[in-house]
Design a protein around this ligand. Structure first.
Ligand code: ADP
Ligand code: ADP
Length: 229
């Protein structure tokens, strides 16, 4: 069994009489510790995949598993616990609390979960030990995204989900964030899933999931550097 499994997943959005088939029998899997990148044209279903993996929405049919647990069968109550403990989120626009310092933003995440990592340690891990007492407005975009990554990692989640994590950053800063996510994945063993238009991510990914018209068109696996020896 793979760490993440999508099996024949369908998602239909209904608005009045109108039905949109966002996912139309999507299947793919991701192994533990992999960095997976989801790419595809606008409207293909990428955000829907991320929302389902994050427990923010439920699928219409099919099965979704994380680490052997059947996410697709969870009720609202179980999904709330799942979002709180099992997944970390990184967004395009950071979503930091403006009147809390970098350290306090990271601590906030640790407070809601069972098994948090020390906030100061995680901030140091993303290279911001000397910025812990700065407020978001005093940090550059790249630094704010580092705080957001630290906040997500402090929960010690099973899955780190990133939605266009470099979408608001310039090329150089985006590359630094890409490097940070890659290092995090390699050094801490976190499984990372990234939805992105940034093609640089596909070059460092262990797995590229190409989504088209609600299906995963192809899944390509790169060799882990360690396996290539
Ligand atoms: P992507 O992230 O690849 O751009 P999405 O997952 O956002 O694609 O959307 C897939 C399809 O589902 C699109 O046709 C989109 O318009 C539709 N869709 C997404 N969210 C909703 C919603 N809440 N209600 C109705 N249709 C939606
Ligand atoms: P980046 O290339 O990461 O976007 P910037 O060029 O925006 O970085 O910022 C360079 C440096 O200036 C960073 O170390 C950042 O912390 C600092 N900085 C940016 N904006 C502010 C601010 N409003 N107050 C204090 N320091 C700032």
């Amino acid at each position: 069994m793979s760490f993440v499994e999508f099996e024949d997943v369908r998602k239909v959005y209904r608005t009045g009489e109108v039905e949109v088939r966002a996912l139309d029998g999507m299947s793919f899997s991701i192994e533990r510790g992999e960095l997976a990148v989801i790419v595809g044209p606008s409207g293909a279903g990428k955000t829907t995949v991320l929302n389902l993996l994050g427990g923010m929405d439920s699928c219409t049919s099919g099965t979704i598993r994380l680490d052997g647990r059947l996410v697709s069968a969870m009720d609202e109550r179980a999904l709330t616990q799942y979002r709180r403990h099992d997944v970390g989120f990184v967004f395009q626009f950071y979503n930091l609390v403006q009147n809390l310092t970098a350290l306090e933003n990271v601590e906030l995440a640790s407070q809601i979960c069972r098994d948090p990592l020390p906030a100061a340690d995680v901030l140091a891990q993303v290279g911001l030990a000397d910025r812990r007492d700065n407020f978001p407005a005093q940090l550059s975009g790249g630094e704010q995204q580092r705080v957001a990554i630290a906040r997500a990692l402090a929960k010690n989640p099973k899955l780190l989900l990133c939605d266009e994590p470099t979408g608001a950053l310039d090329y150089r800063t985006g590359k630094q964030i890409l490097g940070l996510l890659q290092t995090t994945c390699r050094n801490t063993g976190h499984t990372v899933v990234i939805v992105t238009h940034n093609l640089a991510f596909t070059q460092i990914a262990d797995r590229v999931i190409r989504v088209r018209e609600g299906r995963a068109a192809s899944v390509k696996t790169n060799l882990h550097p360690a396996d290539a020896q």
